[in-house]
Design a binder for this molecule. Structure first.
Ligand code: CMC
Length: 387
């Protein structure tokens, strides 16, 4: 149309309408389909919230039972896909393994990936929800050299994941209800966040009518970066760095403020929240409770709290409205649960999956959807010719 606005990072440009998630960044409000995040996190299961995001309403008891059963029926991976992990290097990052295996999933279901066939979309939805935790657990087992377990469909979604992840073939896995509930809550907190980078990626890829597996695989890669979901792993590395170097919180914060190359306060700041991230508030409270219930003491939690306190009183952070985000305290909890750092972002991906699916489906169903195709301002040479 002859008029192009330059908007690095899409700070001001909406690419779609959406009725899934509402955020008020100034007030620190987050709601899924109208329900405040705090209510959902304390009173619902992850699958109920997944249903809410994808279908728009909380499930009735009957709908919930049906959804849960359908997911349980699809947990098994094709044996060849199980063996797919053999071809990856032992030290593959679990996020790369996760994305690769989800991408490979599309090769198993090529006959029914039509984005405009509702039955096929429904099947892909259930398959992905059922199989991602299994793939995630195998990515973990692969990285520690342990054999893979088969899913146990008598277990709930979260229980199954924990058993696949921590269980051993040689001994029964003892379920810890504190861990189950805490993980359920953390997954809910991550389940959607409107047009973040990975969701926007899923939508952009999906706008070409590529299938759901391909779109989600791309979303997982987008999530892996340290400025996005990868921040939870980066926070732990930062906290360990502060502890091991002995430099102290104050000196570290000074380096952040001097903008030393590569030094940011990870787990702080957000494009949308200019007030406390409501998820971070819930996670911070959970961190104390979970560590206590699991009988774990971790000096990294003390360092995190000190860091938060110092930053919140400092002009640099006040001026720029930088507060802890969801990733600041999650790593400490995952660590207490026994997850290695490289698995933290994988947990984020499992949590975010219902959001990605909900957005992909909303986009496919929206008659206004067009292929995503940003503009540019060309700043290269004007016309020139070969000598
Ligand atoms: N530490 C130090 N300074 C920061 C930080 C930080 N974590 N975040 C922003 N700033 C400064 C930035 O240097 C800039 O300063 P100045 O105005 O002097 O140039 C100002 O604050 C504005 O920052 P920005 O980079 O323009 O903000 P953005 O909206 O583009 O970036 C962000 C948002 C989340 C990428 C960024 O805050 C950041 O890098 N945070 C650390 C990584 C992180 O925790 N990411 C997780 C985000 S929440 C969950 C998720 O999406 O996965």
């Amino acid at each position: 149309t002859g008029f192009t606005t330059l908007d690095y990072g899409f700070v001001n440009t909406a690419a779609t309408k959406s009725s899934i998630t509402y955020i008020d960044g100034d007030e620190g409000i987050l709601r899924y389909r109208g329900y405040p995040i705090g209510e959902l996190a304390s009173g619902k299961t992850f699958l109920e919230v997944a249903y809410l995001l994808i279908y728009g309403e909380l499930p009735t008891a009957e709908q919930h039972a049906d959804f849960d059963q359908r997911i349980r029926r699809h947990t098994l991976l094709h044996e060849d896909l199980r063996r797919f992990f053999d071809s990856l290097p032992r030290d593959a990052h679990p996020m790369s393994a996760l994305s690769s295996a989800v991408s490979a999933l599309s090769t198993y279901y090529e006959d029914d990936h039509d984005p405009h066939d509702p039955e096929s979309v429904e099947l892909q939805t259930v398959r992905l929800l059922a199989k991602l935790p299994v793939i995630a657990a195998y990515a973990h087992k692969k990285s520690i050299g342990q054999s893979f377990l088969y899913p146990d469909n008598s277990l709930s979604f979260v229980e199954n994941y924990l058993q696949l992840n921590f269980g051993l073939q040689s001994e029964p896995y003892e379920m810890n209800p504190t861990m189950v509930r805490a993980l359920e809550q953390l997954l809910i907190l991550h389940a959607d966040h409107e047009q973040n980078a990975s969701t926007s990626t899923v939508r952009l890829v999906g706008s070409t009518e590529a299938n759901l597996f391909a779109s989600v695989s791309a979303g997982i890669h987008a999530l892996s970066g340290p400025l996005h979901g990868g921040a939870n792993e980066a926070v732990l590395q930062m906290l360990r760095g502060i502890r091991d170097s002995g430099e102290g919180v104050q000196r570290f914060v000074e380096r952040v403020k001097r903008k030393e190359k590569g030094v940011r306060l990870m787990g702080f700041g957000h494009r949308v929240y200019k007030n406390y991230d409501p998820r971070a508030k819930i996670v911070k409270e959970a961190a104390d409770d979970v560590l206590q219930a699991l009988g774990v003491q971790d000096e990294l939690l003390d360092i995190a709290k000190e860091l938060e306190q110092v930053a919140l009183q400092d002009e640099y952070f006040i001026e720029r409205k930088l507060y802890p985000n969801v990733d600041f305290y999650t790593g400490v909890i995952y660590k207490a649960m026994g997850f290695p750092e490289r698995m933290f972002t994988v947990l984020f991906a499992i949590g975010r999956l219902p959001g990605w699916i909900a957005h992909w489906r909303e986009m496919i169903a929206d008659p206004q959807t067009k292929i995503g195709r940003p503009q540019q301002l060309y700043v290269g040479p004007t016309e020139r010719h070969l000598p």
